[in-house]
Structures are given as structure tokens and as C-alpha cells.
Design a protein around this ligand. Structure first.
Ligand SMILES: Nc1nc2c(ncn2[C@@H]2O[C@H](COP(=O)(O)OP(=O)(O)OP(=O)(O)O)[C@@H](O)[C@H]2O)c(=O)[nH]1
Ligand SMILES: [Mg+2]
Length: 453
């Protein structure tokens, strides 16, 4: 790959839209772009960051009228000369403009190549580059929020403080190595204690961050809330009520739902995945049996269980064997419109399972179920517990390696060896931000980005 040959790509997704954006970056960007437009003078005299209207035409015809911004190196996203042009948003237009640019001598950009250039030109560090990708692909509010924070560099302080402390220790260790005549045992012990304290703090902080990342990962996937209970209890009716449309088939026949049906909602910005399941009744039907097997899997995977019973029927006590009590569980007493449902309410209450009376058929009780789920979510995921400085699996890997390094450090060893370990830790911090990252790792990382990014 040439360092700054001129590349082009669409920065917007394929398909018809009002507008599309093309990005051009490279040493000859301006010269090549002026070959594509009718208004060379206008572009040449345009000031940096100004947007102007240009006509793109080839020898035969006009291809489009575009608005183009001129970015003069190094004040651009990539650090090279850049043009960002907005054309009409049809896939044929975009294709023809790119084709024309290629004929003029530009090259089609590889995945993530714009960001890779920004990184190589020192415009962004690796963590920031990765956070751009995470902002684009965030699938939950929390993932988006942390990605933006990392983009803004808000976590930098956390890593920098530790790195600076390590550097100080390293300097002191190196002084000690050089002038090791001082035999003050007390002083030496105090210094060793200082190192031990610092390493202990890093270890604790890192372990905490890794845990938070795990929670964040769970939030990204969505918190699973399973609706379980006997056939005909009204699980699918509740599912539809919760998600607000007819997601699952409802029928008076027992065994209507056979497969897991999932639907995602946001509750207080937290992604929740409701899972409707097959009824836990006894059956010889092979398909229903498979459904029940899947229900068991969903029960295992769920973070919160909604145990739905038909309040007008005798309480299915044997289901206590199937429904675990080691995770948040609510007793949904459905079909309140058919009577007082006293038995169901008292059995749940006797077992200290919070009772939520509803009538799914009439759409009554949605709020209390949502509120109950929300209470658990807020308890489990209160804000400070999952915002983490670790942005990606790459970083998590570096941090796990650093933790292993800390574990290996034996302060009884000679200062030379301890200094070596501390140097390795400092390198770890640098690696998080992409200093000394090997080329193959960088290439792999940027190839996960989209074209045009
Ligand atoms: N009266 C009354 N009937 C209800 C209520 N909720 C559901 N039903 C009826 O109960 C029957 C079963 O409802 P579903 O939602 O399909 O029950 P399910 O638990 O999903 O059943 P399976 O999928 O077979 O396990 C349907 O005929 C619903 O109309 C309710 O609140 N009151
Ligand atoms: Mg059902």
C-alpha cells in the first residue's frame, strides 16, 4: 500500500437516499478532483473548510452537481488533503462518480483505510480509532455512551495516572540500580512497599474494569427476561402486551408456542430481550417436547424470570421443580378478569415471590410488569457499575496480559528484574493507545471497519 496515494470511497451506505457522501484523501486529491469538475478555478481558490457547489462532468455529460468541502493537510480527518463531497443519493450516481474517479487515477479505499491513515498520521490514537468503529456499530445506549466517552478520551486520565506512577517507580529503580551503594535497609523496604502498593492498586483497578466490561457486554447483548409457565397461562398474550404488538400467536389450544420467540425493547435505556417460551406441560408430542427442552435452556440463560400462571385454574405446584429461585423471579397472576385468583396470589406470596396481577387479554398490568423488571435492572446495572475504561477485546487482552505480568513480579528479585517487569507494564499502557503495535495487528484491526471509514 502506498503511504498517501489518493483513495476514494462512499462514506454512506448503499441504496437510494436523498444524499450520499464520498470521501477522497491523498497527496493528489485536489489535482485529481479538479479534473472531474467544471469549476477548477473555484476549487483552487476555495479556502479550507469551505463548501461550494461543483459540477462533475466527463467528456460526454454532466454526472451530478455536488457540494464539496476542501480540507487542506494536515487539518483533515486523515491528515492528508481531503475532499468530502455530497452528491445525490442514488447507488448508480455513487457508482458512476467512483468509477470516474478511478479512471482519473484514484484508488478504491480498503476497509478502514481512512481511519488507518488518520492513525498513521498521528491524528487519532488507536483507542480513539476503535471507538469510532464502536460508535457506528453500537447496538445499545450503553455501548454508544461508552464509545463516545472513549472517543472524547475521557478514560485517558485513568490509564495515564497509573502509567505515570509506574514511570516514577521505574526512574527510582534505575537510580537505585546505578547508585546501589546505599545500604539503608529501612529505605529499601519502604521503596519495595511502595512498588507493591502501586502494583496492588493497578491489579485491583484492572480486575474491576474487566468485571465492568463483562456487565457491559451483557447489556450489549440485552438482558434476558423469560416468560415461563404452563401452557395456556397467557405467556404469549403477556409477550404481546409487553412488546406492544402481536409478536406471538395466541390460541386457546394448549401448546401453541413451541419455539422460543424473542423481542428486544429498551427499558430506561437498557436493552431487554423478552423471551416467550413453550408451556411446561406434560406431552408426548415430539415437537412440543423439543419446545420444552428449549424453554429449560431459556430459563437457564435468563437474568429475570416471569412465571405466568392462569389465576382461574388450580396452581401448578409441580412447576416449583422446574423454576429456579436463584435469580429474580416474579409471579404473574394472569386472567384476573375471570375471578379473584386467590389461590395463585397466596401460593406466590407464601413462597415470597412478588405477585403481579394482570389481565393480558385486556391489556391490564403492563405497567406493573415493566416497573418490576425496571427495579431489577436498576439494582443490577446502576450507572457507575459498568462504565469502563476498556473499550475493546483487544484492550481487554492487553489488560489480562498485564495482570498476568503483575502476578509474576517478585519484589524479592533484583531491582534489574523488577524494573524489567515494570517496563513491560508501561509498554502495555502504550499498546492500548497503539504505540508499538505490530503492523499485522493494525491491519487486522482496521480491516474490521467498513469501507469509507
Ligand atoms: N380471560 C382471559 N383469557 C386470557 C388472558 N390472557 C390470555 N388469555 C387466553 O388464554 C389462551 C392462551 O393464551 P396464550 O397467550 O396463547 O397462552 P400461552 O401461555 O402462550 O400458551 P402456550 O403457548 O400454549 O404455552 C388464549 O385463548 C388467550 O386468549 C386473560 O388475561 N384473560
Ligand atoms: Mg404461547
Amino acid at each position: 500500500m502506498f503511504a498517501n496515494d489518493t483513495i476514494i470511497a462512499a462514506a454512506t451506505p448503499k441504496g437510494a437516499g436523498a444524499l450520499a457522501i464520498l470521501r477522497i484523501s491523498g497527496h493528489d486529491a485536489f489535482e485529481m478532483f479538479t479534473k472531474m469538475i467544471a469549476e477548477k478555478e473555484k476549487f483552487d481558490s476555495a479556502k479550507p473548510f469551505t463548501t461550494k457547489l461543483y459540477t462533475i462532468r466527463n467528456e460526454r455529460e454532466v454526472l451530478d452537481e455536488v457540494m464539496a468541502i476542501k480540507y487542506v493537510a494536515p487539518k483533515s480527518f486523515t491528515g492528508d488533503d481531503m475532499i468530502e463531497l455530497t452528491c445525490h443519493g442514488g447507488s448508480i450516481i455513487v457508482e458512476r462518480l467512483i468509477q470516474y474517479a478511478l479512471e482519473i487515477g484514484m484508488r478504491y479505499a480498503g476497509r478502514g483505510e481512512f481511519t488507518q491513515r488518520a492513525f498513521l498520521n498521528g491524528k487519532v490514537d488507536l483507542k480513539k480509532a476503535e471507538s469510532i468503529n464502536r460508535i457506528i456499530h453500537a447496538e445499545s445506549v450503553t455501548a454508544h455512551r461508552t464509545a463516545v466517552r472513549h472517543y472524547l478520551g475521557e478514560e485517558r486520565q485513568f490509564f495515564d495516572a497509573m502509567r505515570n506512577d509506574l514511570i516514577k517507580m521505574l526512574v527510582a529503580l534505575e537510580t537505585e540500580i546505578e547508585f546501589s551503594e546505599t545500604d539503608d535497609v529501612g529505605e529499601e523496604a519502604a521503596f519495595t512497599a511502595q512498588i507493591a502498593e502501586l502494583l496492588g492498586k493497578i491489579e485491583r483497578d484492572f480486575t474491576k474494569e474487566l468485571k465492568k466490561r463483562e456487565v457491559l457486554h451483557q447489556l450489549d447483548k440485552g438482558v434476558s427476561v423469560a416468560l415461563v409457565g404452563q401452557a395456556n397461562a397467557g405467556k404469549s398474550s403477556l409477550m404481546n402486551m409487553l412488546v406492544g404488538y402481536d409478536r406471538a400467536i395466541i390460541n386457546s389450544r394448549a401448546g401453541t408456542t413451541r419455539d422460543l420467540i424473542t423481542e428486544t425493547c429498551l427499558i430506561d435505556d437498557i436493552k431487554v430481550q423478552f423471551v416467550d417460551t413453550a408451556g411446561l406441560n406434560e406431552t408426548d408430542d415430539e415437537i412440543e417436547l423439543e419446545g420444552i427442552r428449549r424453554t429449560r435452556g431459556a430459563i437457564d440463560e435468563a437474568e429475570i424470570l416471569l412465571w405466568v400462571v392462569d389465576g382461574s385454574q388450580p396452581f401448578p405446584k409441580h412447576d416449583f421443580n422446574l423454576i429456579p429461585r436463584d435469580k429474580p423471579l416474579f409471579g404473574i397472576v394472569n386472567k384476573n378478569d375471570l375471578g379473584d385468583c386467590a389461590e395463585a396470589k397466596s401460593v406466590f406470596a407464601d413462597h415470597k415471590i412478588p405477585v403481579l396481577p394482570i389481565s393480558a387479554i385486556n391489556g391490564e398490568g403492563r405497567e406493573i410488569v415493566i416497573e418490576a423488571v425496571k427495579t431489577v435492572l436498576l439494582e443490577k446495572f446502576s450507572d457507575m457499575e459498568y462504565e469502563t475504561a476498556i473499550g475493546s477485546e483487544r484492550e481487554a487482552g492487553i489488560i489480562r496480559r498485564m495482570l498476568a505480568e503483575i502476578e509474576e513480579v517478585d519484589l524479592a528479585y533484583s531491582p534489574e528484574i523488577v524494573a524489567e517487569s515494570i517496563r513491560a507494564l508501561v509498554n502495555g499502557f502504550d499498546e492500548i493507545y497503539g504505540k508499538n503495535s505490530p503492523d499485522d495487528i493494525l491491519n487486522k484491526l482496521f480491516s474490521d471497519f467498513c469501507i469509507g471509514k
